[in-house]
Design a protein around this ligand. Structure first.
Ligand code: AHR
Length: 497
């Protein structure tokens, strides 16, 4: 194949860091994410656990280098009253999970359980506060409960519940999807509510201020971002959120199957996913007007693919399989976040276990890693590395009405001086060759890993958990400052030089 695709990586003068927090995850009280996914009960004798948290899951997420975890929602967050989830478990009230399947929520997994689990995972917690149905006092007391060292009613209560030292939680969401399940608010109303709530979320973590994240827009709702940026002073907000799902349509069963799809369906999903680039650009442009120094982060705290639930599973549980399509989507999306690293400094894939585009699926004692997991694990070399700007001229990949770039590329240099290049061949029909001009990188050797499979529809099952897994890659050739890479159809490659 003749190399048509071309890219230039320019390392000269690179200075922007890829914040590790764009590799964050999301755990909602939804379906089998918390219960059965992360947590199997304190008295579980059959599945190895620590205080009910599955050790196989902890091990896998640590290997992936999970930097932060958002909890307890999602829509659930605006129904959650944190005081229901503290104190003796037998005395905690049982509630109805009104958003997700109407199931009983027994509150056996609460604040202590989550924050101790984050310590076990070595990850930073990101707590989403209840604005839709809570009170200013509730949220302000939650901050105090988890962060105040001593001598306050809330820190004393925490200590009575067995935790002496505060957890020092930095990341706080002020409501979720306030335009929808978080209260159906209009943007200017929410901006005022935000100002009120955030005023009372005080305190520091060490010497740092807490990091407050305003509930953000959905996809291309630019007016939402504009209204927030215009009405919330820069010293009252550290992050503004954005949610974008790759979905066919929101109607019941309109989303298509996660595993049975055509190449045109695949192109449709990818077309939705690649819109992230444009959305992030336009939201950033708006933020630049009000915040030219880029002090406020754009936090994409929900992203990923959303399909119909698997047959014979609870429609309210959002359980879906995960194929090579999702791996390609993850690789291409992370490349977009790298490109926008200056403004996008945090993101959360929805959701970690057994829900939407999960990295882990569980079935009783069994656990499997999805193709998406492997992409996040392979890409973790970019965490906190210096972003190297890439100029890509990609071939067209045409399917039906869709015309997509055939390849996606990003690059970074880590603290040890190694350069990593991530390449995705989006083309499901044929291999793609790309020549990459390396400016200011004196590479001596190249090695790499690849994630691919015979079909874009391939996925891992509990019977065959390793059908899709990374392998060594030898399709890259280095000649002076030019790199030539041949990528098989639907593949994700990470190179190290
Ligand atoms: O991730 C599932 C749901 O999607 C979340 O609860 C909500 O914030 C979004 O609409």
């Amino acid at each position: 194949t003749l190399a048509q695709n071309k890219a230039t990586i320019n390392a000269e003068g690179a200075s922007i860091t890829i914040n590790k927090h764009i590799y964050g995850h999301f755990a909602e009280h939804l379906g089998r994410c918390i219960y059965d996914g992360f947590y199997v009960g304190d008295n579980n004798k059959t599945i190895p656990n620590k205080n009910g948290v599955r050790l196989d899951v902890v091990d896998a997420l640590k290997k992936m280098k999970i930097p932060n975890l958002r909890w307890p929602g999602g829509c659930f967050a605006d129904t959650y009253h944190w005081k229901d989830g503290i104190g003796p478990k037998g005395k905690r009230p049982k509630i109805v999970n009104t958003w997700w399947g109407g199931v009983t929520e027994d509150n056996s997994f609460g604040t202590h359980d989550f924050l101790n689990m984050c310590e076990l995972l070595g990850t930073e917690p990101y707590l989403a506060g209840n604005v839709g149905s809570g009170t200013v006092q509730d949220l302000s007391e939650w901050v105090q409960y988890v962060n105040f060292p001593s001598n306050s009613p809330m820190s004393t209560l925490r200590q009575q519940n067995g935790r002496e030292k505060p957890w020092n939680v930095k990341f706080w969401g002020v409501g979720n999807e306030a335009w929808g399940c978080g209260g159906n608010m209009k943007p200017d109303y929410y901006a005022n509510i935000y100002r009120q709530y955030s005023t009372f979320m005080n305190g520091t973590v060490g010497t740092e201020k807490i990091f407050r994240i305003a509930s953000g827009a959905s996809s291309d709702d630019f007016n939402w971002t504009e209204t927030l940026m215009k009405n919330i002073p820069g010293n009252m907000v550290e992050g503004v959120a954005l949610h974008h799902y790759s979905v066919f349509g929101w109607g019941e069963n309109a989303k298509g199957s996660a595993t049975q799809f055509t190449e045109t369906d695949y192109a449709h999903t990818m077309n939705e996913a690649l819109k992230m680039d444009d959305f992030v650009q336009k939201h950033s442009d708006i933020m630049d007007k009000y915040d030219p120094k880029k002090k406020v982060a754009l936090v994409v705290d929900e992203w990923g693919a959303w399909y119909n639930v698997e047959p014979n599973t609870n429609p309210g549980f959002l359980f879906q399989q995960n194929t090579m399509r999702d791996a390609v989507l993850a690789g291409a999306t992370l490349n977009i976040f790298h490109k926008h690293a200056e403004r996008v400094r945090m993101a959360n894939l929805a959701q970690a276990i057994n829900v939407l585009q999960a990295v882990i699926l569980t079935d009783g004692p069994k656990m499997l890693l999805t193709p998406t997991y492997h992409v996040l694990e392979m890409y973790n070399v970019h965490q906190d590395a210096t972003m190297l700007p890439v100029d890509v001229k990609a071939d067209d990949y045409k399917v039906g009405e869709y015309k997509l770039p055939a390849v996606s590329v990003s690059a970074s240099r880590d603290k040890a001086g190694k350069t990593h290049v991530s390449l995705v061949n989006i083309d499901a029909g044929k291999p793609q060759t790309i020549t990459v001009n390396l400016k200011g990188i004196s590479a001596k050797s190249v090695m790499g890993r690849i994630l691919t499979s015979a079909k874009v529809q391939d996925y891992n099952t509990f019977a065959q958990p390793n059908k899709v897994k990374p392998a060594p890659f030898s399709g890259a050739k280095l000649s002076g400052d030019e790199l030539t890479v041949t990528l098989p159809p639907v593949s994700v490659v990470v190179l190290e030089m």
